[in-house]
Design a protein around this ligand. Structure first.
Ligand code: FES
Ligand code: FE
Length: 450
């Protein structure tokens, strides 16, 4: 889309009515809005690209995406990780076409320009004859900033963005439920599952940030019934009500979870993982590190999104990016992590259970995806796009002074985190640069405007 089709800031802001909890469905369908998202959100946010243990050795690399931009993620000799655009500077061919591996350099398959693993142009075929004046040091692909948080690799194109820890803010506390249960940290189970869902990326990101509401109704009842051990009575798996939702006061992140509901945990994770998460030495260690038995052993069915498109489920440990592919499609790239010091049979059970539950063929994953696909299809209708969606659950029912949990806290059944995500979406879509964005970063700002 050219400049002429840009949305004015005021028109973008009018699409999300935080005060009344209303969403204009055009945010899920409009091509010009999508182009602005690529520029103003995906080119300026910290985006999750994988786990450090996926590229442990010098020369190890994997290819991935930041928005629609293909990138190479490569481990350097000194242990650093570099991320650069997977685009040859000669005529724009993809530099590396493999999913991953180990390399000393990458040679473009079109005319043979070669780049080292740090993204420097190191060789040009027949340079004397073909490009005698070329200064190779000026023709490396664009490099991104790279930072990690407890094993997860993030990158950002914008030099003015805050550092990753500041960007994550209070969300770090909740990420630790999955990433910091043991001093050994986590490791990735080999393999990345990738599949396509014809839906807008925000439907997935929002659900993982905010939506526990769907889990208790038809969306997941069939999956729960299918996986329930025979000795468990379905009446014990009645929708729990004890739990909380977190909305990042600024930043768009969100999470929610039940507290101490062993029956549902059993249905989602199976008995082996439920046992590992809630009883015994690993659960005790986690409780000690995280500061309470509740956080270490009793948090169940947790969902989380780091704005914009990184989501995960602590307890099952599936981690994924919702890569946008136009307003109407995403590519899901998902992998599973485990405590690095977990016994081998537990690691294997996490691998199996994450495939059974949340993966391309997982029962719960398919429940979720089916809803998003249907919403997107309905939104093809002109009239269907003409009425706002209701996102008012829990409006005004928040607190910022919870003794145990930082951030803006509400009931587990709330759309507070969804409103936080869309409010931050508007903020990023209408701010020309990070200086403007940072100026909006006053404590509890989102909550105060609710
Ligand atoms: Fe890569 Fe020509 S496009 S060498
Ligand atoms: Fe779900």
């Amino acid at each position: 889309a050219g400049k002429s089709s840009r949305w004015a800031d005021a028109d973008i802001a009018a699409l999300v009515d935080e005060k009344n909890g209303r969403l204009d469905p055009q945010i899920f369908t409009d091509q010009a809005i999508y182009e602005q998202e690529l520029e103003r959100i995906f080119a300026r946010s910290w985006l999750m690209l994988g786990h450090e243990t996926q590229i442990p050795n010098a020369g190890d690399f994997m290819t991935n995406y930041m928005g629609e931009d293909p990138v190479i993620v490569a481990r350097q000799k000194n242990g650093d990780i570099r991320v650069f655009l997977n685009q040859c500077r000669h005529r724009g061919m993809r530099i590396c076409r493999a999913d991953g591996g180990n390399a000393k350099s990458f040679t473009c398959s079109y005319h043979g320009w070669a780049y080292d693993t740090a993204g420097n142009l190191v060789s040009v075929p027949m340079q004397q004859e073909a490009f005698p004046k070329l200064k190779k040091e000026e023709w490396g692909p664009l490099k991104a900033r790279v930072e990690t948080y407890k094993g997860l690799i993030f990158a950002n194109w914008d030099a003015d963005a805050p550092d990753l820890e500041t960007y994550l803010g209070e969300a770090k506390f909740y990420m630790d439920h999955m990433l910091d249960r043991t001093e050994a940290g986590t490791e990735a189970i080999p393999g990345v599952q990738k599949w396509v869902i014809p839906c807008n990326w925000k439907l997935a990101a929002e659900q993982f940030a905010s939506d526990m509401y769907h889990a208790a109704t038809t969306a997941h009842l069939s999956g729960i019934l299918a996986g329930l051990p025979e000795e468990v009575d379905i009446t014990d798996v009645a929708p729990p009500t004890t739990g909380i939702q977190f909305r990042a006061p600024w930043g768009g992140h969100g999470t929610g979870f039940y507290i101490n509901d062993p029956a549902l945990l059993l249905a989602i994770t199976g008995p082996k993982i439920a046992g590992y998460n809630t009883q015994g030495p690993a659960a005790e260690k986690a409780s000690e590190r995280l500061g309470s038995i509740e956080r270490g052993a009793q948090v169940t069915a947790e969902h989380m999104t780091i704005f914009p498109n990184c989501s995960f489920l602590p307890g099952l440990n599936t981690v994924r990016a919702w890569h946008p592919r136009g307003p109407n499609e995403i590519e899901v790239w998902a992998f599973t992590i485990v405590d690095a010091d977990a016994p081998d049979d537990i690691k294997d059970e996490f691998r199996r259970q994450s495939m059974r539950s949340f993966s391309a063929a997982g029962v719960f994953e398919q429940d979720d995806g089916e809803n998003w696909v249907e919403i997107q299809q309905v939104l093809r209708g002109h009239m269907a796009r003409s009425r706002p969606f209701n996102a008012e659950m829990g409006l005004g029912e928040t607190r910022e002074d919870h003794p145990d949990y930082p951030g803006t806290i509400s009931n587990v059944y709330s759309e507070e985190a969804a409103r936080g995500l869309y409010t931050h979406w508007v903020r990023m879509m209408t701010s020309p640069d990070w200086a403007t964005l940072n100026a909006t970063r006053t404590p509890q700002l989102d909550a105060a405007s609710a």
